[in-house]
Design a protein around this ligand. Structure first.
Ligand code: SF4
Length: 318
């Protein structure tokens, strides 16, 4: 049996918004500042694979204000903070966001130096660390647990898909069992884990995405970031798309939103949603030809769910 109305926590948006939760928890906006610490990626340097994931071009993740700062983390934070303060003057807390490449892929001494340099900045309240699920050794998680006793520490793991055939096809270099294990080990240490997920990867189907909602719901995830596949210049997918666009179909925004709504209906209702899409800079995007602005996707998702009289978790079964 399903309830006729969304639970109170979901009423406004019909899905659980991470931003709403963090605003309530911290009494205002929590803003991430991207920092680039010069780490690399084991799926590019040969230790896990070569060539990287077929969708990846890290230029798509690097904000313009970072390009002038080299690897100086303090300078990056100052520059980012100045830029973002003008845009979001109401910000109450700042988190240093280790986003591009794999930000746990180095020896622990180097990681400590990078993280603690960021935490030593007087304006920084915590860290968000993005990485691959096969780069989170227990020793690192123990250290992050220690850090979490004095700062906000969030881990972001690139799950991307729950379907092993798709993960192999995009040259991801790990399977879903690896992601599930990493989420469980991090959560066991009290670390909030956000998973990244891409909708519409080659080989993925509506059925595999909806099965993924059940698999992800069974994990101790705090949040998910959902992205629609976009073909970015400088990637293997871009080469495939140029050769034959039919081999890399991309979802139009309406199809994506309907699929995302289907997915959310089957997702555990206490997994917060940090993102409902992504916006690749037009200069880097090959397909789709036009893209819905990120700011418009969230209200359109709520409208899609409302039109169905539906909400996150409506069809979730434990
Ligand atoms: S998506 Fe992440 S893991 Fe994959 S190639 Fe890019 S940096 Fe490496």
């Amino acid at each position: 049996m399903t309830c006729p109305e969304p639970p109170a926590a979901l009423a406004a948006r019909r899905y659980l918004s991470w931003n709403d939760l963090t605003r309530a928890r911290h009494g205002g906006r929590v803003q991430k500042i991207s920092v680039a610490a010069g780490f690399t990626c084991p799926n590019r340097d040969g230790s896990k694979g070569r060539g990287g994931c077929t969708f990846c071009n890290n230029q798509g993740f690097v904000p313009g204000y970072l390009r002038e700062c080299n690897d100086d983390i303090g300078l990056q934070i100052n520059t980012g903070m100045r830029f973002l303060q003008r845009r979001y003057p109401e910000t109450r807390r700042w988190l240093a966001y280790f986003q591009a490449y794999s930000n746990t892929y180095a020896d622990l001494a180097r990681l400590r130096l990078a993280y603690e340099t960021a935490l030593a900045h007087p304006g920084i309240d915590g860290l968000v660390i993005g990485t691959r699920p096969d780069c989170v050794a227990d020793e690192l998680l123990d250290y992050l647990h220690e850090l979490s006793q004095r700062a906000i520490i969030e881990l972001e793991l690139g799950i991307e898909s729950t379907d092993d055939a798709t993960l192999a096809r995009i040259n991801r270099g790990h399977d879903f069992a690896c992601s599930a294990d990493a989420v469980r080990r991090a959560a066991a240490r009290g670390l909030p884990v956000t998973g990244h997920l891409i909708f519409g990867l080659p080989g993925e189907s509506r059925e595999s995405m909806l099965a993924g909602a059940a698999s992800l719901s069974a994990l101790p995830l705090a949040a998910l970031k959902c992205h629609q596949l976009q073909i970015v210049k400088g990637t293997q997918l871009a080469n495939d798309w140029r050769r034959d666009p039919a081999t890399v179909p991309v979802l139009d925004s309406e199809t994506y939103l309907q699929l995302l709504a289907d997915f959310l209906e089957r997702l555990r209702p206490d997994i917060a949603i940090q993102r409902v899409g992504s916006e690749v800079p037009p200069a880097l995007r090959l397909a789709p030809a036009s893209s819905t602005r990120l700011a418009q996707l969230a209200p359109r998702l709520t409208a899609t769910l409302a039109a169905r009289n539906s909400w996150q978790g409506k069809y979730w079964r434990q």
